[in-house]
Design a protein around this ligand. Structure first.
Ligand code: ADP
Ligand code: MG
Length: 341
């Protein structure tokens, strides 16, 4: 696969603050690549470096095989969609979308034709004459998307584009963005702090923490083989068993992760079956969630969570468990992921 974006030991420091600290990665052409991490971890800084709004303090980056430094934003084959879509309130939707072309002195007929094409792409063909105030939040975000696509960039950068939308609309737009990505065949770089969003949309995800990348992997690999404690916890909030408790359970002082859905609740007192590990604790809380049930169990000085579907719970002890009761938690060896750090 040809490379769309390459970062080589790129840093961006603001005085003492290392917004980005010697980060290297590549994004392939046509990929849906997400940058996931908590607030302040360096995601937007990375995106701004790609767009050309920022320059690296050190290191180099290439876009579509060309060294990017020195190329101003408007000459890059890249466009950005921001969370606060920043539409011009007094302009029609059509003129908002066509704005970038107007700045580039494209004639009115061509610019309007291209803007109408872009509006059709984002499923808003009949709203061209409205003003932004006459649109819903989701529709405004589509206009922002059309505006970024109107000059057909090779790479689309999206910085938490759905952050301002409510849950239901966000899920709908996630599906639409995926469809759009497939249809256009261009590279999407998607910034989000929402792990569910990243898992559901991406080909690969880079997990950011304190200006560094902890792991880059496919959604499934990140979920099932997190390499670090941070990734295990941030992606799907796995139980991270610290070295002390790990030593008690396995005899080895190496931290490991085990997903809450892979833990079964069984009666205390027995010994673990072959191939299973087991530890006892006290139930702190039980949450009934409809299709599933979540148990918090105090084990040693840690609180572990076990998640079971209603049908699983019905066939195990979990259905009859109450807070204060002692239980044993059990999981199979194959569901443990040993952690480096
Ligand atoms: P994210 O998008 O992951 O929330 P950012 O890339 O925006 O994080 O920021 C990373 C770090 O860099 C933060 O600590 C932020 O405060 C700092 N930072 C970003 N931009 C600037 C700036 N222009 N001046 C000083 N500090 C900045
Ligand atoms: Mg940000």
């Amino acid at each position: 696969m040809p490379v769309a974006i390459e970062f080589q030991q790129v840093s961006r420091h603001y005085g003492e603050v290392k917004a980005l600290d010697s980060v290297s990665f590549t994004v392939e052409e046509g990929e849906f690549f997400s940058m996931l991490g908590p607030s302040g971890s360096g995601k937007t800084t990375s995106l701004r470096l790609m767009a050309g709004f920022e320059q690296p303090t050190s290191g180099s980056l290439t876009l579509m095989g060309k060294e990017a430094s020195g190329t101003p934003p408007y000459e890059r084959d890249v466009n950005t969609v921001f969370q606060d879509y920043a539409l011009f309130p007094h302009m029609s939707v059509l003129d908002n979308v066509a704005y970038g072309l107007m700045v580039r002195k494209v004639g009115k007929a061509e610019r309007h034709a291209k803007a109408r094409d872009a509006l059709a792409m984002v499923a808003l063909p009949n709203h061209a004459e409205r003003t932004p105030a006459q649109l819903s939040g989701g529709q405004r975000q589509r206009v922002a998307l059309a505006r970024a696509l109107v000059n057909r960039p090779r790479i689309l950068l999206l910085d938490e584009p759905l952050g301002a939308l409510d849950m239901k609309l966000r899920e709908q737009m996630q599906v639409e963005l995926k469809v759009l990505h497939r249809k256009l065949g261009i590279t999407f770089v998607y910034v989000t702090h929402d792990q569910g969003e990243a898992l559901s949309m991406s080909d690969r995800i880079a997990v950011f923490n304190h200006g560094r990348i902890e792991q880059i992997a496919s959604p499934r690999a990140l979920y099932h083989q997190p390499r670090t404690r941070f990734v295990a916890d941030f992606v799907g909030s796995a139980n991270v068993i610290d070295t002390d408790l790990a030593h008690t359970i396995t005899g080895k002082a190496q931290a490991f992760a085990v997903r809450q859905e892979n833990i079964t609740v069984v009666a205390p007192g027995g010994s673990a079956k072959k191939g299973l590990l087991q530890v006892e604790g006290e139930v702190l809380a039980i949450q009934f969630l409809g299709a599933s049930q979540r148990l918090e169990v105090r084990v040693g000085n840690q609180t572990l969570t076990a998640m079971q579907t209603e049908s699983e719970a019905a066939s195990t002890l979990a259905a009859h468990t109450q807070a204060g009761q002692r239980v044993a938690l059990s999981w199979s060896q194959q569901h443990m992921v040993m952690l480096d750090a």
